[in-house]
Design a protein around this ligand. Sequence first.
Ligand SMILES: NC(=O)C1=CN([C@@H]2O[C@H](COP(=O)(O)OP(=O)(O)OC[C@H]3O[C@@H](n4cnc5c(N)ncnc54)[C@H](O)[C@@H]3O)[C@@H](O)[C@H]2O)C=CC1
Ligand SMILES: O=C(O)CCC(=O)C(=O)O
Length: 460
Amino acid sequence: MITTQQTKDDSSQLAIDYVNAVYKTVESRNPGEPEFLQAVKRIFTSLLPAIAKHPKYIKNGILERISEPERLITFRVPWVDDSGKVQVNRGFRVQFNSSIGPYKGGTRFHPTVNTSIIKFLGFEQIFKNALTGQPIGGGKGGADFNPKGKSTNEIMRFTQSYMTELSNYIGPNIDIPAGDIGVGAREIGFMFGQYKRMQGGYEAGVLTGKGDRFGGSLARTEATGYGLVYFVNEMLQDHGFSFNGSRVIVSGAGNVAIYAMEKAMQFGAKVVACSDSTGYIYDEKGIDLDTIKRLKLDEESVISAYAAEHPGALFNENCGDIWTIPCDIALPCATQNEIDENAAKLLINNGVKAIAEGANMPSNQNAMDLFNESHILFGPSKAANAGGVAVSALEMAQNSMRLAWSFEKVDAKLHEIMHNIYRESINAAEAYGHPGNLVYGANIAGFIKVGDAMIREGVI
Ligand SMILES: NC(=O)C1=CN([C@@H]2O[C@H](COP(=O)(O)OP(=O)(O)OC[C@H]3O[C@@H](n4cnc5c(N)ncnc54)[C@H](O)[C@@H]3O)[C@@H](O)[C@H]2O)C=CC1
Ligand SMILES: O=C(O)CCC(=O)C(=O)O
């Protein structure tokens, strides 16, 4: 049951009844999908003020439609491992909402991938993409394939098989996948090559995150992490704080985490800890990012190797304990639900000032409630990590024009987009009765763009 602490007038009671009824249907229609239901509940709850103010969303069945994917594709991905044995994985693509543009969203290769994970990510992507101000709808895909320990040839064969089936459903004006956990420039390159081979020609606009030699945008690799720090900088400046001289903790050591650390350091912060799925490292002198980049980007090594090279740095094999370390700013950049109630309490008790989500939905609901009650500055993922998809849309624009912009030009546009997302979210939070609450603000600002487009496009 979705509840609100606001005083209830007739329109807010109508909104509560509507949201509860739709949520009940979503729950019964999607059993065994906890992450998807978590994302829907969170977004529906924060949309109550907008639904109360604009009953058109009730009449037009917007919540019923927006929570049901336009299309969900699952498929067999057979491939041959290095020993000659045939392996089979399950591939997914959810084409969630195309009301403001073609489906757009990343691809995750991880053993935990299932329908619930893909749908939660695709659902979030609808609102995130709308917030960027660019014409992109929401989608997401992936497979329950574990890239860890696989050879490059195995990864290529798996990725080619994945694209062989996926190619039936995507295209530069239909659905444009990109990377996510376990899918970086190498995997996007293999996908791109296989798509080209199957379509009989070069089609730059079908994927983003490509190498810069074949249609990729400069600064896409850095975009999610840099964008996160640009967003946090806006939050901090609004409240008289800054990165300069602050202590920062970043979970993860992948694409998002590495470039979040890089930009935070450029802004004068000291990053004292980061992690991977095997544990975390704590270096009171400040993390040496060159070592992390070499270990994670070049050598595919585990994070404990950092401590072996840096006397004075500590390694702890429980990655979740990273939040025990006192910090001013926490940037969870690993995976969903990595901050629970206990981690949130530790962060608050240790004096954290700001938390912003580089990963998708890394804080669970109890953690978010605690941050809210404690008035900690909180940047929710769909606003704070939108820089990656925003630069993907800039890559699509460059591909359409057959142009390649400089790093500085793309980075400046990213900076401006993150500023706009922050302002739009803050303004919506204020306008809908939750001043300063970026969860309400981001969800409402994204929803209104998509909901209004859905109304204008008719009942489809
Ligand atoms: N790559 C992108 O452009 C975007 C990624 N995201 C989100 O950011 C998060 C990270 O994605 P990427 O950096 O792209 O993936 P990645 O595969 O490059 O890196 C993920 C990192 O997290 C670590 N990790 C996984 N589970 C962990 C755990 N429980 N505790 C600590 N570390 C753990 C892995 O070892 C790895 O270092 C995901 O939630 C993803 O959905 C969001 C927006 C865009
Ligand atoms: O660049 C993209 O299309 C996808 C980025 C992504 O997967 C995300 O924002 O979570």
